[in-house]
Design a protein around this ligand. Structure first.
Ligand SMILES: [Zn+2]
Length: 351
């Protein structure tokens, strides 16, 4: 099969489109999907650079998100059939450990992600556990393959961050950094579904204009404006109820300056660097909650798919590239030019 593989770590120049052995035939409880589109995430850039836990074996097929047609099913698979249009939750859990049994699949002690620890989705075929796969819900107009591929990772991540972890409520105010990124953009839309106020930042005025269109109440250009000062002025020195972080080192201090007494900061990433400082006296004096979050559990995934079926949270696709130009797609992501998801379409040489 054709696939986009990483032949060495150190950057996207090591990505190549080449022939590799087909994804394995599905075992019991697994399905093999003929991929039609794969969406990129910042995670994929980290994998190309060489993540500590990632890509042990090279060449490695990249990509976490995808959608396609069920090609073959293993025994004991009842939720989908060959020919079904599906998308999948990219987080693979063992369904046996203490945390899985408690329903917290993204806390699984053997948690692995497609395209990071496992072979990825920018390929003609991928084999995954059947319980990670769902039918693309019927909505009008029908979801394109690019939209279906773009949905899962960022929506699951942002949903768990805002709804489960930060428990953002109607009427509260959330500060969301870097609105062009997939998680931030989805967080904005979820916050508006929850009837919260949103202050969104970007370094790009065009992205801020788009954020306004999507319901952001206030937008700040974090390159030309001092976010913490603006937020304190906007909230009468009170600060926001929730800060949504995935930037890390570059924004951390300002995130804390923006947080009200008793506020919650939720983070799922550290794109500018993972090391930050914290004055513990401010943490306990202000009763802050600092919340980590990554991906989400099966119930959360079912809920976001249900919402998608109701017409909510339809993914925003920035640009679609043919698989032959996958490296250009990665370049766009690495430059942070996108608004929404960058997607790679896989040729339909397969059924
Ligand atoms: Zn587990």
């Amino acid at each position: 099969m054709r696939a986009c593989v990483l032949t060495a770590t150190g950057g996207i120049q090591h990505l190549h489109i080449t022939d590799v052995p087909d994804a394995p035939a599905p075992k019991a409880g697994e399905v093999r999907v003929a991929i039609r589109a794969a969406a990129l995430n910042h995670l994929d850039l980290f994998v190309t650079e060489g993540l500590p836990g990632g890509a042990k074996q090279l060449p490695h097929i990249v990509g976490a998100d995808g959608a396609g047609v069920v090609e073959t099913i293993g025994s004991d698979v009842v939720n989908v059939r060959p020919g079904d249009r599906v998308m999948f939750n990219p987080g693979i859990s063992d369904y046996t450990c203490e945390f899985c049994q408690a329903g917290e699949h993204s806390l699984c002690v053997n948690y692995r992600l497609l395209g990071e620890h496992l072979s990825g989705t920018v390929a003609e075929l991928v084999t995954v556990p059947a319980h990670n796969v769902v039918r693309v819900p019927p909505v009008s107009p029908e979801l394109t393959w690019a939209e279906a591929a773009a949905f899962s990772l960022v929506t699951l991540t942002a949903w768990r961050m805002l709804v489960t972890r930060a428990q953002l409520k109607r009427g509260e105010t959330a500060l969301i950094w870097g609105i062009g990124g997939g998680v931030s953009l989805t967080a904005l839309r979820i916050a508006k579904l929850l009837d919260a106020r949103v202050i969104a930042t970007s370094s790009d005025d065009a992205k801020l204009a788009a954020a306004k269109q999507l319901g952001a109440d206030v937008t700040l250009n974090h390159r030309t404006q001092h976010v913490a000062q603006e937020v304190r002025a906007l909230t009468n020195k009170r600060g926001v109820d929730v800060v949504v972080e995935n930037v890390g080192a570059a924004t951390w201090d300002d995130s804390l300056r923006c947080l009200r007494r008793g506020g919650r900061l939720v983070t799922c990433g550290a794109t500018s660097g993972p090391q930050v400082s914290l004055d513990l006296r401010r943490l306990f004096w202000h009763h802050w909650s600092l919340l980590g979050s990554t991906m989400g559990n099966a119930a959360e995934y079912a809920e976001i798919v249900r919402r998608l079926g109701k017409g909510e949270l339809r993914p925003i696709v920035d640009r679609v590239y043919p698989m032959a130009q996958a490296r250009q797609a990665f370049e766009r992501l690495s430059k942070g030019e996108q608004l929404g998801k960058v997607v790679v379409e896989v040729p339909t040489g397969r059924p």
